[in-house]
Design a protein around this ligand. Structure first.
Ligand code: AMP
Ligand code: MG
Length: 279
């Protein structure tokens, strides 16, 4: 038996995330692009089946949290996941810089409002982790404020898990070289230019500080209740394989089952057969 995708990519709780030692263009667990694409197609089918069961059961929920630098592939990952998820059971929330109203509340206020309902798969495109990463890097709050948040996040996520929401937290790990290529592609390709945000270059210039902030967030907030996974993201096909695998393995552990209502089948069939009203 090979190791699971989760085992390969997890940040073991209580250990450093070790981003410097994880290769963004690595492909752990995969022999070739071809093999990965074949496996991904199969994983997608399993994911569709598992999600339908989760939805039918309406008892528990799954929350995929996506973090990563600009162009790390958060939108691409969502698009790919959606290819096998049913829109009725899925909700994507994108977190931007907080509004004035949001800023007047606790940083978890806007997050709590959007956690998935029982039966749902929620996807966070950015999340409460911005409040310990970008807030730190851009000095939007003093250290005394953001440094208390790691413990708050852990308590919040532990509670979510206890109440039936399983978190799958994914850091999309790209290299600065790959980001340059992707930003250049956005500039040059008219169909991608709308995605180019000059502000992304300011974030790019702070690469090392983002790296430090992510390193600490992933290290301090990878817990038994809600571990972090680092997905090498320089290759989109690997990213898709890894995320499909993480979702399938997590849902298989939950083993959602179709409800088995007690119905008097014979009586219901009879009624159905005579159910067309006649004038
Ligand atoms: P994008 O995901 O590229 O559309 O951009 C969203 C922007 O919102 C990013 O630059 C994030 O860093 C920023 N953002 C998200 N959450 C927060 C937050 N809590 N505080 C400050 N900026 C944030
Ligand atoms: Mg951006």
């Amino acid at each position: 038996m090979g190791r699971s995708v989760r085992e390969r990519l997890v940040v073991p709780p209580g250990t450093p995330a070790g981003l410097a030692g994880r290769d963004p263009s690595g492909t752990p667990g995969v022999r070739s692009r071809k093999a990965a694409e074949r496996e991904t197609a199969k994983l997608q089918e399993r994911l569709a089946d598992l999600q339908e069961r989760l939805y039918a059961e309406r008892a528990r929920s799954l929350l995929l949290v996506l973090q990563g630098m600009d162009t790390s592939g958060k939108d691409g990952a969502i698009k790919h996941a959606f290819a096998s998820l049913s829109p009725s059971g899925t909700k994507v929330t994108s977190f931007k810089a907080p509004t004035e109203v949001e800023l007047r509340h606790h940083f978890l206020w806007r997050i709590r409002k959007t956690v998935p309902e029982p039966g749902q798969v929620g996807i966070f495109n950015r999340s409460h982790y911005e409040d310990v990463v970008v807030v730190r890097v851009k000095r939007l709050a003093p250290r005394t404020v953001w440094s208390k948040r790691f413990a708050e996040i852990n308590a919040f996520e532990e509670r979510l898990a206890r109440e039936g929401t399983t978190l799958v937290k994914v850091f999309l790990h790209i290299s600065p070289d790959e980001q340059r290529e992707r930003l250049l592609a956005r500039l040059e390709d008219p169909s991608k230019r709308w995605k180019f945000n000059p502000g992304d270059l300011d974030d790019r210039a702070r690469w090392a500080r983002f790296r430090t902030a992510y390193e600490e967030a992933l290290t301090r907030c990878s817990t038994e209740a809600a571990p972090w996974y680092v997905v090498p993201a320089d290759r989109n096909w690997y990213r898709n394989w890894a995320i499909s695998g993480l979702l399938v393995e997590t849902l298989e552990d939950l083993a959602p089952a179709y409800p088995t209502p007690e119905l008097d089948l014979a009586a219901l069939r009879n009624r159905l057969e005579g159910s067309i009203a006649e004038d």
